[in-house]
Write a protein that binds this ligand. Structure first.
Ligand SMILES: *[C@@H]1O[C@H](CO)[C@@H](O)[C@H](O)[C@H]1NC(C)=O
Ligand SMILES: *[C@@H]1O[C@H](CO)[C@@H](O)[C@H](O)[C@H]1NC(C)=O
Ligand SMILES: *[C@@H]1O[C@H](CO)[C@@H](O)[C@H](O)[C@H]1NC(C)=O
Ligand SMILES: *[C@@H]1O[C@H](CO)[C@@H](O)[C@H](O)[C@H]1NC(C)=O
Ligand SMILES: *[C@@H]1O[C@H](CO)[C@@H](O)[C@H](O)[C@H]1NC(C)=O
Ligand SMILES: *[C@@H]1O[C@H](CO)[C@@H](O)[C@H](O)[C@H]1NC(C)=O
Length: 740
């Protein structure tokens, strides 16, 4: 009895499963006609859902157990109904429920369906053709399943209002239906990780086909995608050349063809892609020279041409493209010639990678102007000459690799101040002299020096011979003439020092209101000093909290002068705070104006727990921020109410405008503040307004260019405060950020 009922059970299961399999692959074209004849209602929707439940062979989480007649189907798990058409299914959301089975053709009866969300399950079989009846579909998400077969063109054709179509990570094959081009509302199409090949597309805005097995050449039809903003075909097997028709896609903002087998040279029509923000052609077989035309692409933020066979020199014009360039990677090519001095114009550059080329000549001194540089890779080239001491001004640098070159001379002392350095690779050069052992070099594991025969000293970990000073000194002192010269110079120096001391003393006595200033080079403050000045950063001294840190009032005594200051302590745990500190230092380094908040000094070190500590010390402005005057809160009784007269408001506006004029037009390289709001405008004793907080500030390219403000600021994706910042431009930058 039990054995016979058992075998019957097995038989039934086998029959049902094979029946289901047939159904899954049965692309019922006849039912399409049937659907138009029958009257669709709440009842047909219920049947369609029950059919789906039948088709599901595996439901380990039991999510479909609620799909029974004890409840109305509109309340079944994952189902929501339309309010307008009572009892018609509008949403089917069963994402990540571990369901296995297939999508039944009866889904064609769910004509009010808007959201079909079944991604991340184990659904197999084909996408039913009948989905073409579901003309209200806006969001279709079937990613991460085992769906096979072709993408039914009917699906795409009928739901022309489709906004989002994600079929990525399945086993779909065949050509991309040309009808995709008709999806005028489509905002995102993701077909990555399938076995599709490219078809005939036009009208598309974004095209993402990462990691498919697209092969063959890039079709010339691509030139017809005139509205395309984003083209990502990376990690495929594309061959052939980059066609010059690519220059027709003038709205393109993101182009990623990396990880293919594309050969040939970069066509000069790239110069037409003036909206381009992000470009990656890495990891292909491109050869020939880098075209000069890139200088037209003034919005570029990131360029990657690494791992190709590009040759010739790096055209200096490429460094003129835009000062907003942030990432520049030409590594692993055959580039020769020198690194042009124009590289110093890239003042927003964070990563420069020119490693594994054949660059010769010296490292340009101008690199020291790339103040926000965080990583510099120049290893494995043929660079000669000394390491420019100007690189010591790259205070934010974390990785500096110049190994495998022919650099000579000494390691500049100025490098001791590179506080954030984590990797400093000097191996295999011809450097000589003493390796510094103070500052950042106290940590011997940061620096690699092997393969430099003439280096000495440094920390013990480096295993270098000690520097033999005594011997050198002896030979040195033997020359009488040198002795005399040195004596004379020392004498003169002594006189000069005494003279200037007297002068300073005299000025001190004359100056009645001496204050601290940056020029007091003695004013070096440690964490300890600031801790003391602000009563251990006590809450009573807290005068404000900004986006990246807190501001405290402090009292500092230096050189016999006491002064109230404002100390801005950066919260380095917060992502971007370190960059904000760098941005602020870079911006404030060379500017000075009566309507800008004056910075007195900086402090960059470690706190008592040995955590990194960064602070900026400003003059303290007694009357607080403009915000407190414009929108006073909780006025205490003992203080007079804060109100501004019309004239005071007018003057504040003029002060701010004067400061902006200075930043934009008078200060050399134009600076955009990016976060101008009453909170960041401070008032002094005489109610003169001073603009502060340069944590989001950016440099711009030369003012001579036509409307550089509009261009560059839009392409760098200005941040700032909602309500005070201009509206964002596009989603491109988000994608660019994700990529890094
Ligand atoms: C379907 O709609 C009809 C008419 O609107 C209604 O009488 C019936 O109760 C509904 N059935 C279900 C299952 O909602
Ligand atoms: C029917 O669904 C309800 C929830 O909607 C559930 O509580 C009940 O156990 C289900 N009945 C069966 C027989 O699965
Ligand atoms: C729609 O529902 C009707 C009635 O339940 C059914 O006969 C028909 O086959 C369904 N259509 C599809 C495409 O499944
Ligand atoms: C691509 O589509 C367009 C119009 O949709 C058509 O004119 C053209 O012939 C198609 N090209 C190919 C190669 O199918
Ligand atoms: C390295 O530079 C020196 C001059 O500084 C030069 O004499 C020598 O030939 C160079 N070596 C190589 C391999 O280029
Ligand atoms: C430094 O460079 C050399 C040669 O390029 C390499 O072998 C070594 O691994 C590098 N060291 C570090 C710490 O990156």
């Amino acid at each position: 009895m039990t054995s016979s009922s058992g075998s019957w059970w097995v038989f039934t299961v086998v029959v049902v499963v094979s029946l289901l399999q047939q159904l899954c692959f049965l692309n019922t074209t006849t039912t399409t006609a049937a659907a138009s004849r029958i009257i669709l209602s709440n009842e047909t929707d219920r049947m369609a859902l029950l059919e789906f439940k039948l088709m599901i062979t595996g439901d380990p989480l039991g999510v479909l157990s609620s799909w029974n007649d004890s409840t109305h189907f509109c309340y079944w798990y994952g189902v929501s109904c339309s309010r307008r058409h009572v009892g018609r299914v509008q949403v089917l959301d069963l994402r990540s429920e571990k369901l296995s089975g297939c999508i039944p053709p009866t889904f064609g009866n769910l004509t009010e369906l808007i959201y079909l969300l079944l991604s991340d399950n184990s659904l197999w079989g084909e996408i039913p053709l009948v989905l073409e009846n579901c003309q209200n579909l806006l969001y279709v998400e079937l990613a991460y399943n085992n769906l096979s077969g072709v993408i039914p063109p009917q699906l795409v054709m009928s739901s022309s209002s489709l906004i989002y179509l994600d079929l990525s990570d399945n086993h779909l094959s065949g050509a991309l239906p040309a009808e995709v081009g008709g999806l005028l509302n489509l905002e995102e199409l993701d077909l990555s990780h399938n076995m599709l090949h490219i078809g005939n597309l036009s009208f598309l805005r974004n095209l993402v086909l990462l990691n498919n097995s697209l092969s063959g050449g890039i079709p010339s039809e691509i030139g017809r995608l005139r509205r395309l903003q984003e083209l990502r075909l990376s990690e495929n097997s594309l061959e052939g050349t980059i066609l010059s028709v690519i220059g027709n896609m003038q709205t393109l903002q993101l182009l990623d063809l990396s990880g293919n087998r594309i050969s040939g040279s970069i066509p000069p029509t790239f110069g037409n892609l003036t909206e381009l923000i992000y470009l990656s052609l890495s990891d292909n077989n491109l050869w020939g020279e880098i075209p000069v035309v890139f200088e037209n692409c003034r919005n570029l933020v990131s360029i990657e041409l690494a791992y190709n066979n590009l040759s010739g020199v790096i055209p200096p014009q490429i460094f003129r493209i835009s000062s907003s360039l942030n990432y520049f990677n030409l590594s692993h090519n055959n580039l020769s010639g020198t690194l042009p001095a124009e590289v110093g114009r890239l003042i927003n550059l964070e990563v420069l990678d020119l490693s594994h080329n054949m660059l010769s000549g010296g490292i340009p001194t101008s690199l020291g102007s790339c103040v926000v540089l965080g990583a510099l890779y120049l290893q494995d080239n043929l660079l000669q000459g000394i390491i420019p001491p100007s690189l010591g001004s790259l205070r934010g640098i974390q990785v500096l690799d110049i190994s495998g070159n022919n650099l000579s001379g000494q390691i500049p002392k100025s490098f001791e101040g590179m506080k954030l350095l984590q990797i400093f690779n000097l191996s295999y050069n011809n450097l000589e002299g003493e390796v510094p052992s103070s500052g950042v070099f106290r940590n011997g594991s940061i620096i690699s020096v092997v393969g430099n025969g003439k280096l000495c000293g440094g920390m013990a970990e480096l295993n270098l011979p000690p520097c033999n000073f005594i011997q050198k000194k002896k030979t040195f002192w033997r020359h009488k003439s040198i002795k005399i010269v040195i004596l004379a110079v020392t004498g003169l120096l002594c006189l000069a020092v005494m003279g200037s001391c007297m002068l300073i003393f005299w000025f001190r006595r004359r100056g009645k209101q001496a204050t601290l200033s940056v020029d007091d080079s003695q004013l070096l403050l440690s964490y300890h000093d600031l801790h003391k000045a602000t009563d251990g950063f006590s809450a009573t001294n807290l005068i404000g909290a900004g986006s990246f840190g807190s501001v405290y009032k402090g009292f500092i005594e230096a050189n016999g002068i006491g002064n109230t200051v404002a100390v801005k302590v950066f919260n380095l745990q917060r992502n971007g705070a370190s960059r904000s500190f760098m941005a602020e230092c870079a911006a404030l380094k060379n500017i000075r104006h009566r309507n800008l908040l004056r910075i007195l000094t900086v402090c960059s070190g470690v706190d008592y727990q040995m955590n990194d500590f960064k602070a900026l010390i400003y003059e303290f402005l007694a009357n607080g921020s403009l915000e407190e005057w414009l929108h006073p809160v909780g006025t205490s009784t003992d203080e007079p109410p804060r109100t501004l007269s019309f004239l005071q408001r007018f003057n504040a506006a003029i002060d701010v405008a004067t400061a902006m004029d200075y930043l934009h037009h008078q200060s050399g390289t134009p600076i955009v503040h990016c976060d101008l709001k009453p909170n960041n405008v401070l008032l002094d004793m005489d109610m003169v307004a001073h603009v502060g907080d340069f944590g989001l500030a950016r440099f711009l390219q030369s003012v001579a260019e036509p409307s550089p403000l509009g261009h560059a600021s839009s392409s760098i994706g200005v941040k700032g405060t909602v309500g005070y910042a201009p509206p964002g431009k596009s989603s491109i930058l988000k994608i660019y950020k994700l990529h890094h």
